[in-house]
Design a binder for this molecule. Structure first.
Ligand code: AMP
Length: 129
């Protein structure tokens, strides 16, 4: 799916909405998240519109791999490749996905907190249960 007129990230890729772009390739764009959740918070998106990571994996696994490669290269440019970073694909309502154009979050720049459901330990079943 090449482009959706009402998709925010399609509009950023097209240059119709401004963004702080840190890296571009033929197939992908990397820009800074407008509401960063870490000292470095980048978003890696394909130029083509795909709803989420699973849809992209089905349609074009090579492009999904390119997002990870570009995330690693953008992390190196931002100087967090050695200190480490977290890659996140939010998918669907429980994840909090708000933009339905697949994007890979790159978070780092300082030690990150744990992830997952807050207080999940209280709900965890005993092992084997
Ligand atoms: P998600 O919640 O996984 O769908 O992530 C969407 C991300 O897009 C959020 O972290 C937002 O802060 C970010 N975002 C929304 N609008 C913009 C924008 N115009 N430029 C850069 N990042 C944005």
């Amino acid at each position: 799916m090449p482009r959706m007129a009402d998709c925010l990230f399609c509009r950023i890729v097209a240059g119709d909405v401004p963004a702080s772009v840190v890296r571009e390739t033929e197939r992908t764009v990397v820009f800074r998240d407008i509401a960063p959740q870490a000292r470095t918070h980048l978003l890696v998106v394909p130029r083509e519109h795909h709803q989420d990571a699973a849809a992209l994996a089905g349609a074009d696994p090579g492009l999904l791999a390119a997002l990870v490669t570009d995330a690693a290269q953008a992390a190196a440019v931002d100087g967090i490749d050695r200190s480490g970073y977290r890659l996140v694909f939010n998918t669907g309502p429980d994840s909090g996905q708000t933009v339905f154009h697949v994007h890979l979050h790159v978070l780092g720049g300082a030690p990150l907190g744990h992830f997952g459901e807050p207080d999940f330990g209280e709900h965890r079943r005993p092992s084997g249960g």
